[in-house]
Write a protein of this length. Sequence first.
Length: 136
Amino acid sequence: MLAPGRNPRPEVDRRTPRRDGGDNHIVFITIAVLLGIFVIPDPWRYPVVGLAVLAEAAETFFWIRVLRRRPVTVGAEALIGTMARVIAPCQPIGEVRVRGEVWRARCDEGADVGQQVRVRGRDGLTLVVEHRRPID
């Protein structure tokens, strides 16, 4: 039983990054190099290990470049351009459902319940929507 005023959760130092097995690749590379040195026959031992190390470095460099190419979009910015369904009349302020979430929305042209609209932007926590235009 906890004493009065005690927090049941332990304090977490948020200044120190968590380590959730991020260094496992170093252990696997070390094991692979040791196996390569002691298992592969003599004339091929060092060229194979050297090529494996170069291939690992090239793959790491490739994925770092690919994954950092564009910023991650989250929150309301990720909703811009998606379709939404009106669940409360937007005359001009109402509500829409986008990707299973209910958002406050503003539609300057007005939209009735059940109509599909496109998210054009956001104003604070209010999505700015417009009628879905048919593609020509």
